[in-house]
Design a protein around this ligand. Structure first.
Ligand SMILES: Nc1ncnc2c1ncn2[C@@H]1O[C@H](COP(=O)(O)OP(=O)(O)O)[C@@H](O)[C@H]1O
Ligand SMILES: [Mg+2]
Length: 253
């Protein structure tokens, strides 16, 4: 049974998609069977892996709503499988609102294919709405990227509140997988202050690997490649490989 990890933070631009795409590619590189589930209507994870959608391509929207079998929505790439996403997912929330078990639709969709993977990573949208609730209700754990910037922890209390509510009411096994500091800049005091503050809050949940701010990581998506393909020997590639190793060693000891 694959472990389902929701990569979530309701703040936009903190590195969720960058982490989802590169962690998926690095877990795949380490020999794991990985599915990246793009669950943000922006579809950035989809395009970051070089997948472009035609009119008839099925996406996470159909899997979620349940009009198609989940496996029909999945595409294979050289960095693992992806369930792509397009703008139609943006219209899913009002549709879900009238459905029974509306919080469990993604869980039902992923149950169908779960045994084919070691890890399923969900790239969440920057909200705490019904899509993110579906992701948390489907997941075994949440991985929280936090950007090393002023007010980094702002909003985290609210995120944890939602996490606790989902755990209490829908998904008692939900855990915090880990917290990854992103866009770390070793030249600034601010980055190290934020890192200290986040470690005080989350303790041992914070990964030793911090993701630096690097041009390569920002460039790679426009070439439709994860950084381990775009520039294998870059620091960004090295750090996401090491983050994947940390995640594996926490899970496979
Ligand atoms: N470590 C990094 N170094 C440089 N740029 C980054 C890094 N991580 C993310 N970015 C860039 O910052 C922007 C926001 O990142 P993204 O992963 O899309 O965040 P989110 O999914 O949380 O909105 C994107 O343009 C991305 O390329
Ligand atoms: Mg994103």
């Amino acid at each position: 049974m694959g472990k389902i990890i929701a990569i979530t933070n309701q703040k936009g631009g903190v590195g969720k998609t960058t982490t989802a795409v590169n962690l998926a590619a690095c877990l795949n590189y380490h020999g794991k069977k990985v599915l990246l589930c793009d669950f943000d209507p922006q579809g950035n994870a989809t395009s970051s892996l070089g997948v472009t959608l035609g009119k008839h391509d099925l996406t996470s929207y159909e899997a979620l709503i349940g009009t198609q079998r989940t496996e029909l929505t999945i595409k294979h790439t050289r960095h693992g499988d992806i369930m792509p996403c397009g703008m139609d997912l943006a219209g899913a929330e009002p549709e879900l609102a009238n459905m029974q078990n509306r919080e469990y639709k993604l869980r039902e969709a992923l149950e169908q294919i779960r045994d084919k993977y070691d890890y399923i990573l969900i790239d969440c949208p920057p909200t705490l709405g019904l899509l993110t609730i579906n992701a948390a209700a489907a997941a075994d754990s949440v991985l929280i990227p936090i950007q090393c910037e002023f007010l980094a922890l702002e909003g985290v209390a609210q995120l944890i509140k939602v996490f606790k509510a989902v755990k209490a009411n829908m998904n008692p096994k939900l855990e915090i997988e880990g917290v990854v500091l992103t866009m770390y800049d070793s030249r600034t005091n601010l980055s190290s202050q934020v890192a200290e503050e986040v470690k005080r809050y989350f303790g041992a949940k914070v990964y030793h690997t911090m993701i630096p701010r690097t041009v390569r990581l920002a460039e790679a998506p426009s070439f439709g490649k994860p950084v381990i393909e775009y520039d294998k020997y870059s620091r960004g590639a090295e750090c996401y490989l090491s983050l994947a190793e940390e995640l594996l060693s926490r899970n496979e000891k």
